[in-house]
Design a protein around this ligand. Structure first.
Ligand code: DGL
Length: 276
């Protein structure tokens, strides 16, 4: 067993935006990343299917020795955080609460946009978390207007490596246009795939809109959870997927700009209960 092993997971390559931040800010911290590439995108599935898939991944990571779990996935954090926390013997970190606190602190005009997949956008999770954060912050109680937009085309585009393509631009223009018209001054990236789209998003919205990437707050949450860096040699990250490992290696390397290799395929047997 690796001391201090962090289990990080997502539906596909999106959670790499979180894992890579952990890698940069805590060099040598051992992590096992699981991408459920056989079942991506989660955003077009039912809540029940996502809970089923997430439970299987979380059990697998705990059984593999993870001493803390990071849900590097907004959909999982919105729909399955309490469920997994109820049985997990190790701390479980979601990514919505901290991002919502940051958004409430960042906004000046009280209008916050959230782009996410349709399941997260429809879950009410960001509205609830921002309401909690604003009442905690006192002076803004009830004062933040949260505008979630479901963006079904973005995850498939990022999974295909299309982060600067004309199709990605067209999709973003469609999703961001109404938020720009509403005058948002803060945009939450409510899906871990979206940080790969930040150059296009900034081109469309301009630099006046503050972008909140939930990945930024994960390291602080790890420390808060009681996790501490193990006193060992630098450990190589491990990557596992439920789909094609070589496809993942190729796309992860391309999106991150450094080599990801040696990914293995693990079949959790969870697919039998969900639609293909
Ligand atoms: N990247 C995940 C999220 O943050 C899941 C996206 C999807 O598979 O739809 O919600």
């Amino acid at each position: 067993m690796r001391p201090g092993l962090i289990g990080i997971f997502d539906s596909g390559v999106g959670g790499l935006t979180v894992a890579d931040r952990v890698r940069q800010e805590l060099p040598g911290a051992p992590f096992l990343y699981f991408g459920d590439t056989a079942h991506v995108p989660y955003g077009n599935r039912s809540a029940e299917e996502v809970r089923h898939l997430v439970s299987a991944i979380a059990r697998h990571l705990v059984a593999s020795g993870a001493q803390v779990l990071v849900m590097a996935c907004n959909t999982s954090s919105a729909l399955a955080l309490d469920l997994v926390r109820a049985w997990s013997p190790v701390p479980v970190i979601g990514i919505i609460e901290a991002a919502s606190r940051a958004a409430v602190q960042a906004t000046r005009n009280g209008v916050v946009g959230v782009i996410a997949n349709p399941l997260t956008a429809g879950s009410g999770a960001y509205e609830e978390a921002c309401a909690r954060a604003s009442s905690e912050a006192g002076e803004r109680a009830g004062g933040v207007r949260v505008l979630p937009v479901g963006c079904p085309r973005l995850v498939p585009l990022v999974e295909a490596g299309e982060v600067r393509s004309p199709s990605a631009r067209a999709a973003l223009l469609e999703y961001l246009g109404p938020l720009r018209d509403e005058g948002i001054d803060t945009l939450v990236l409510g899906c871990t795939h979206y940080p790969f789209l930040v150059p296009l998003i900034t081109e469309i919205l301009g630099s006046g809109v503050r972008i909140i990437d939930p990945a930024v707050y994960v390291v602080a949450e790890l420390v808060k959870s009681g996790w501490f860096p193990p006193n060992t040699e630098e450990a190589l990250p491990l990557y596992q997927v439920s789909g094609e490992p070589l496809d993942f290696d190729r796309m992860a390397s391309r999106l991150l700009g450094h080599l990801v290799t040696g990914t293995t395929r693990v079949d959790l047997g969870a697919g039998a209960c969900v639609s293909s």
